[in-house]
Write a protein that binds this ligand. Structure first.
Ligand code: CDP
Length: 228
C-alpha cells in the first residue's frame, strides 16, 4: 500500500493524541505529537524565565533547544528536551497554562514547523496538532478534524490528570480549555481551523475505538487510491 501522511487537528482533549497513537500502531506508522514540541519549548521558557516580549532572548533560547522523541521499552513515545526526558513535566498544568501564549509566536512556530516537515519527509506518519493539515502538511493525503462537547473534553482531561495524580477541579480545566481554544483559534500565525478537505469527526458520543476505526478506515481508503 502507498505511504501517506495523516494529519489530525482539533481542539484540546478531543482524543487527538490517543487516536493518533493507536492509528499509527495499527498501520505501523510513526506518531509525532506536535503539541509536545510546543509544550517542551514552553517548559524551557518557564524554567529559564524567558520573557515573551524580548525577541532576542527568545531566539537565543530557541537556538539552545533540541527536541527529540524516543520510544520506551513499553512502546510509548516520550519527549526529550536537550536529551532529558520531559514527557511527564510537559503535561503539568503550569505548562498547559502558558503553552498557548508561547505558541502564538511566529518565530517559535517557524522553528517547530521546519522540524515537523523534516520528520515527515519519509511519509508514513501520523501527526496531531492544530495546524498540521493547514500549514505543516497541506498536501497530507488524509486530514481529520476532531471536535467534542466542552464538558466531555474537560472530564477526559481531568481523568488523564488524575491518572498521574494531579487533582484539578472541573471548572479550572474548562477555563483552561476554553482559554486555549480562544487563543489557538484567534492567533494571527496559523490559527486553529479545519483544513480544506478535512473530514470532521465529532467525538462527543463515540468511544476511542470507534474514533480509531473511523480514521483507519479513511486512511486505508487513501492508501489504496493514492496514485504514486
Ligand atoms: O493535549 P492538548 O490537546 O491539551 O494540547 P497539545 O496538543 O499538547 O497542545 C498544547 C498547545 O500547543 C495547544 O493548546 C496550542 O496552543 C499549541 N499547539 C499549536 O499551537 N500547534 C500545534 N501544532 C500543536 C499544539
Amino acid at each position: 500500500m502507498k505511504k501517506i501522511i495523516i494529519a489530525i487537528d482539533g481542539f484540546s482533549a478531543c482524543g487527538k493524541s490517543t487516536t493518533a497513537k493507536e492509528v499509527a500502531k495499527i498501520l505501523g506508522y510513526r506518531y509525532i505529537d506536535s503539541g509536545a514540541m510546543y509544550r517542551a519549548v514552553t517548559l524551557y521558557f518557564l524554567d529559564h524565565h524567558i520573557s515573551l516580549t524580548n525577541p532576542k532572548e527568545i531566539q537565543l533560547a530557541l537556538d539552545e533547544i533540541k527536541i527529540s522523541f524516543k520510544v520506551n521499552a513499553k512502546g510509548k513515545t516520550e519527549t526529550f528536551l536537550n536529551n532529558l526526558n520531559v514527557e511527564k513535566e510537559i503535561r503539568d498544568m503550569r505548562v498547559s497554562e502558558f503553552v498557548s501564549q508561547v505558541s502564538t509566536l511566529a518565530v517559535v512556530r517557524h522553528a517547530m514547523v521546519d522540524q515537523q516537515r523534516r520528520m515527515g519527509k519519509e511519509r508514513s506518519i501520523v501527526m496531531d496538532g492544530r495546524d498540521i493539515g493547514t500549514v505543516v502538511f497541506p498536501e497530507a493525503e488524509l486530514k481529520v478534524f476532531l471536535t467534542a462537547d466542552i464538558l466531555v473534553r474537560a472530564f477526559r482531561r481531568q481523568k488523564e490528570l488524575l491518572d498521574r495524580d494531579e487533582m484539578i477541579d472541573i471548572d479550572t480545566i474548562v477555563g483552561n480549555l476554553l482559554k486555549r481554544d480562544e487563543i489557538d483559534s484567534t492567533r494571527q500565525e496559523s490559527p486553529l481551523r479545519k483544513a480544506a478537505g478535512a473530514t470532521e469527526i465529532d467525538t462527543t458520543a463515540i468511544t476511542i475505538d470507534e474514533e480509531v476505526d473511523e480514521v483507519v478506515r479513511l486512511a486505508v481508503g487513501k492508501m489504496l487510491t493514492k496514485k504514486k
